[in-house]
Design a binder for this molecule. Structure first.
Ligand code: UD1
Ligand code: MG
Length: 462
């Protein structure tokens, strides 16, 4: 980027994330609230990194240690190697005060991009456009603005009759004439650091909380002969600031829509985007069809030509090619190719199914391996088990894996046939090709190829 070579000093990015987020009415710091399956600050952190700055500064304050720990994790996850410096704001005295506390960080740079940790929808295109516009117009500050049909809550951009940006007036203190202005401040700015530092010292505390508004910097810079420019975003929805849970839901909707559009454009059919929720890290292969009322969370990865849904919840699940999953709940498991799951299956963590396995209605699988072509079609609980290939598990079969203290393992050999309503009391092994009579309670190992029956004989009395 051209910004980095100018004047020998490079670009710094500062993210403001110290606020409590009072309007969220939450014990969790605002920037850690989830959007698209990620803490909100993930998006601004990723954006900051994409600008390739010399360093990223993050102002923390409210629950600083918690925010720092999450940012550290996210930085690792995104592979961010450039330096991240935390700046601790001692008292949350406004966005202006947050930047004032960051002076030792900012003074290392010629130019600084500043944005808020509560604007997760900002795109690289806009922020890069902001920095380019800043370069070209050669002002002291450039604001990213947008025109909104409903500007309520945002700082309004006050311009002169000639169109020059004069100042930003906050919603809470604006006159009715100013409130009618529909061009708003996104909270993202590009500054020449020198005039920023000079002006910061002069921002007067305001209101009952004696807060310093960063937005007041514009007048301070202008008073010293500086020029403020605005870069109008072509996509107003992306400047949405999350101050309340209502805005959190609105940002979730946009992130989800972006994700679904990305998937659709890569060859995934999403039958009903309005009832489909897919987290930012999910991968879905070509020609897979996602049916309505489906939620794909975390690091779920789905292969090609699958049919997922309707009514499925998958979290950190890996699904191979050509699988069918209907009305089911799958978490932390691997389903290999050409499996059929559901309706009403519950596949729990550490299970590996298939290829070509079939898990049917009201069957629960936990920490188990179900081999090639094996079937657990109806009403079963399979826990801590290893089921080899071509096994048929009859309706109502239960692995009794827990003795009240410890979990025990069940092993079922290839081509075994387990009759309906069988209890397999673990630890127990059923041999290859063995058969078990319906209604048996198996407490001892069954050798290969035998028929085991463990139930009382029927007596017909008159
Ligand atoms: C801010 C802008 C407003 C803009 C809007 C866009 C100010 C004064 N107003 O309003 O013009 O339209 O964003 O979304 O900046 N923060 C700190 N320390 C503090 C206070 C806040 O780091 O002491 C951080 C917050 O964590 C947040 C950001 O600054 O990320 C903005 O604060 P917030 O309270 O959300 O300001 P808004 O009312 O949204
Ligand atoms: Mg805000």
């Amino acid at each position: 980027m051209t910004l980095q070579r100018k004047g020998g000093k490079s670009l710094g990015v500062l993210i403001l994330a110290a606020g409590q987020g009072t309007r969220m009415e939450s014990a969790l710091p605002k920037v850690l609230h989830g959007v698209g399956g990620k803490p909100m600050i993930f998006y601004t952190l990723r954006l900051a990194n994409a600008l390739k700055p010399a360093a990223i500064g993050i102002v923390v304050g409210h629950e600083a240690d918690q925010v720092k720990a999450v940012v550290g994790e996210l930085a690792k996850e995104c592979g961010i190697t450039r330096p991240i410096q935390f700046i601790v704001q001692k008292e949350m005295l406004g966005s202006g005060n947050a930047v004032l506390e960051s002076v030792p960080f900012l003074r290392k740079f010629k130019t600084a991009v500043v944005f808020c940790g509560d604007t997760p929808l900002l795109t690289y295109e806009s922020i890069y456009g902001l920095t380019m516009s800043h370069e070209e117009q050669k002002g002291q500050a450039t604001l990213l603005t947008a025109k909104l049909a409903n500007p309520k809550g945002y700082g309004r951009i006050v311009r002169s009759p000639m169109g020059e940006v004069l100042r930003i007036v906050e919603d809470s203190v604006a006159t009715s004439k100013e409130l009618a202005i529909n061009e708003v401040n996104s909270g993202a700015y590009c500054f020449e650091v020198e005039p920023l530092l000079l002006g910061l010292k002069e921002i007067a505390p305001k209101g009952p909380k004696r807060e310093q508004f960063l937005t007041d910097i514009m007048e301070r810079v202008r008073s010293k002969g500086g020029k403020i420019n605005a870069y109008l975003s072509g996509n107003p929805e992306e400047i949405l600031g999350v101050n309340s849970r209502v805005q959190l839901a609105a940002s979730e909707r946009v992130i989800n829509r972006r994700m679904l559009e990305r998937l659709m454009l890569s060859g995934v059919t999403v039958c009903d985007p309005a009832s489909t929720h897919i987290d930012a890290d999910v991968e879905v292969g070509q020609d897979t069809v996602v049916q309505p009322f489906t939620v794909l969370r975390g690091k779920t990865k789905i292969g090609k030509q699958c049919r997922i849904g309707p009514f499925c919840y998958l979290e950190n699940a890996q699904i191979g090619n050509e699988c069918e999953v209907r009305l089911s709940h799958l978490v932390g498991c691997r389903v290999l190719e050409k499996c059929a799951i559901g309706p009403f299956s519950n596949i729990r963590p550490d299970s590996v199914l298939g290829p070509r396995a079939k898990i049917g209605n009201f069957s629960e699988i936990k920490n188990s391996r179900v081999g090639f072509g094996s079937k657990v079609p109806h009403l079963s609980y399979i826990g801590d088990s290893e089921i080899m290939e071509d096994v048929n598990v009859g309706a109502g079969t239960i692995t009794c894996n827990y003795d009240g203290k410890t979990k025990h393992k069940t092993v079922i050999g290839a081509k075994a046939f387990i009759g309906s309503n069988v209890n397999l009391v673990a630890p127990v092994k059923v041999g290859r090709g063995a058969r078990i009579g319906a209604g048996s309670t198996i407490t001892e190992d069954v050798p290969d190829g035998v028929l085991a029956i463990a139930r009382a004989r029927q007596v017909n009395k008159t």
